[in-house]
Design a protein. Structure first.
Length: 73
């Protein structure tokens, strides 16, 4: 499952990199051609890193009897 998650990210990256490259070459802003794309990309990627490195309390939460309420398999 982890391999498929990584693969989906790689496929998306492979598709989006040429598209964003063409769009960033086409448009010029007062901040330059690339800077707005860096900012937008950072904003989009930041929540995904929270999901990778964070461990929310509801994951494998235990009930009063000590058993996992929602086991992740």
């Amino acid at each position: 499952m982890a391999g498929l998650a990584v693969l989906s990210g790689q496929i998306t990256d492979g598709i989006m990199t040429p598209i964003v490259g063409l769009l960033s070459d086409k448009y010029n802003t007062r901040w330059g051609k690339r800077y707005p794309w860096y900012v937008v990309g950072t904003i989009i990627v930041f929540p995904t890193f929270l999901g990778v490195y964070g461990y929310p309390e509801f994951v494998n939460a235990k009930g009063s009897d000590g058993k996992v309420l929602h086991p992740n398999f």
